[in-house]
Design a binder for this molecule. Structure first.
Ligand code: NI
Length: 174
């Protein structure tokens, strides 16, 4: 079912989400279905459970072609429960991000270039991947939601934070 997405200003977005303790339950599968429905309805690249008001450590992300991020490559569709992120090396990339909880805006955000992520799928099967590029960026963005962090708080240069149409007009955003 498509759920409404909380927007920045709602204090539930600042909370630390709790680990999932029981896998392969009807409740967990129903949550994932709601998250998928909501993400696809809004053409999102990803969604975290707290964005629909559920304080559990569950994220979904991935797409073959996303109209919100036409330059991004393919990111495999993934449901990740209780994720743990480990950066690889010190390299940082900066790139444009948006968020369904911060509609209409984009910001220029630094992220680890490469990282390993582990966790489980909703049935409890382990996931262990090493990724870079936009895939790494999306994972970091979504997992930040589980710790109550929204991307604007990671922006270093606030001149590179604004409304999509204004950033396009000024030539900053392609
Ligand atoms: Ni987001």
């Amino acid at each position: 079912m498509v759920k409404s997405v909380l927007r920045m200003g709602d204090p539930r977005l600042w909370q630390q989400a709790l680990p999932v303790e029981r896998f392969d339950t009807p409740e967990l599968h129903a949550l994932v279905t709601d998250m998928e429905d909501t993400m696809h309805h809004l053409d999102g690249a990803g969604l975290a459970a707290p964005q629909i008001g559920v304080g559990l450590r569950v994220v979904v992300f991935g797409f073959e072609h996303n109209p919100r991020y036409p330059e991004a490559g393919v990111v495999p569709y993934t449901v990740l429960v209780n994720p743990v992120l480990t950066p690889i090396g010190d390299a940082v990339d900066e790139g444009w991000e948006g968020c369904l909880s911060v509609p209409g805006l984009r910001g220029w955000v630094p992220r680890w270039s490469s990282l390993r992520y582990t966790g489980c799928d909703p049935s409890g099967r382990p996931i262990d991947r090493t990724v870079s590029g936009f895939h790494a960026r999306v994972v970091q963005h979504e997992c930040d939601h589980l710790d109550g962090i929204l991307y604007p708080s990671r922006i270093r240069d606030m001149r590179r934070f604004g409304f999509v149409d204004e950033l396009q007009c000024s030539g900053l955003l392609g």
